[in-house]
Design a protein around this ligand. Structure first.
Ligand code: SF4
Length: 173
């Protein structure tokens, strides 16, 4: 088993969205998770993997998950009880993939999240704050980090922004 220690959970409000009721949990571990990442990259769909940092990020349902060398975490959590449930499921998944790594071909392909400026250029750029962010640039940064989704910008549903919304989806957002 790769992760079997008592978990050191840090629950905090995301810095890009002060006052938010959605929380981020980071779990620090003694285990080195570097070797696990290419196996998770092979198992997951649409994950971002940077072997140089190293870090692996992916989205599932309403949550963004990340793994770094000695920590992993989840965003968009309601409270500590919710965080504990989601973390327990993630630990189970990480251990399960680690246990059957001999049957998985590791994927070392690097794939990085879209550039914030590239995202910003495709947004309506009205700074209307309907998404809950102070500016479209802040929203672009939150999108790049998977802390927001395209659905959070209602203007993208308007016909004049249809092609922009499509290009944003093609960026994997
Ligand atoms: S809702 Fe859309 S247009 Fe308005 S500030 Fe947010 S990202 Fe910009």
């Amino acid at each position: 088993m790769l992760i079997d220690e008592p978990l050191d959970i840090d629950l905090y409000c995301p810095p890009c969205d002060p006052g938010s009721e959605a929380w981020v949990a980071t779990v620090r571990v003694k285990a080195d998770l570097t070797e696990l990442m290419p196996y998770m990259n092979a198992v997951l769909k649409n994950s971002y993997y940077d072997p140089e940092i190293p870090t692996l990020v992916w989205k599932e349902g309403a949550h963004k998950y990340f793994i770094r060398k000695n920590e992993f975490g989840i965003n968009n959590l309601h409270d500590r009880a919710h965080a504990k449930r989601k973390i327990a499921k993630l630990v189970e998944q990480l251990n399960e993939v680690w246990e059957r790594r001999d049957t998985i071909k590791p994927d070392h392909t690097s794939r990085k999240p879209p550039n914030v400026l590239e995202i910003f250029k495709l947004l309506p750029r009205t700074n209307c704050k309907e998404c809950g962010m102070a500016t479209c640039m802040a929203f672009a940064a939150a999108l790049a980090q998977s802390d927001k989704t395209l659905k959070d910008c209602p203007l993208l549903d308007m016909p004049e922004f249809e092609s922009n919304a499509q290009r944003l989806r093609e960026l994997g957002l």
